[in-house]
Design a protein around this ligand. Sequence first.
Ligand code: MF3
Ligand code: CO
Length: 257
Amino acid sequence: MIIYKTLDEIKKIKAANHIIAQLFEEVLPKYIKAGISTYELDQISEDFIRSKGAIPGTKGYDIGRPYPPYPAATCISVNEVVVHGIPSKKQILKEGDILTIDTVTVLDGYFGDAAITYAVGEIDETSKKLMEVTEKAREIGIEASRAGNRIGDIGAAIQEYVEKYGFSLVRDFAGHGCGKEMHEDPMVPNYGRAGTGAKIEDGMVITIEPMVNVGTYRVKILPDMWTAVTKDGKRSAQYEHSIAIIDGKPVILSVND
Ligand code: MF3
Ligand code: CO
């Protein structure tokens, strides 16, 4: 069941997302350098989120057995990790790495959700292209999120764009509705067929979060039950925005304005 939001609720969801946008633009870039651990980046993120009066939505997030509750305030996915990388003191960033930081906040009962991929120093040309195409894929997905279209049009537009570059779209994870719960209907796949799925209408709040791989779209889950890596060990990137549909058009909520 899709839960449509009032403008007042959208304001609250935007406030939760605003904290993430600030974290991504004003805080984390100062710390993303060779030598820092993903654990430290997680601590910095959690402190910032709490300093804004919000709580981290992923910490303790429990989807039930056999999965252990998610242990951290961020998911930090380095290089071949696609999503849900668990921050660790043992994982030290190196020059040339790329990392996706995915963060969820809860403020005043509403969830914010966004992700960004950063480069550590100088990265190879393929990684640069991967990041550029993935960010643009998110923009194309957002563009397709308008009244008159259906949810399937979003994934179709993203897939058409990304596959032109020889990259692939992860299928095992998708965007989603977001509001009083982190994950609500509808599911928003990053691939698929135009003209399928629910109608896009005012009051919807959804995430657009393409995960793009250099090689195969197939992933496998590590024994920690969370970390998803590419099957071929090649790199992956992700950019995520939370958006609302207002007056038939997409409005990005995870912005720092
Ligand atoms: N930002 C992620 C998402 O888009 C959050 C899930 S991580 C989890 O769904 F650990 F909380 F599951
Ligand atoms: Co999400």
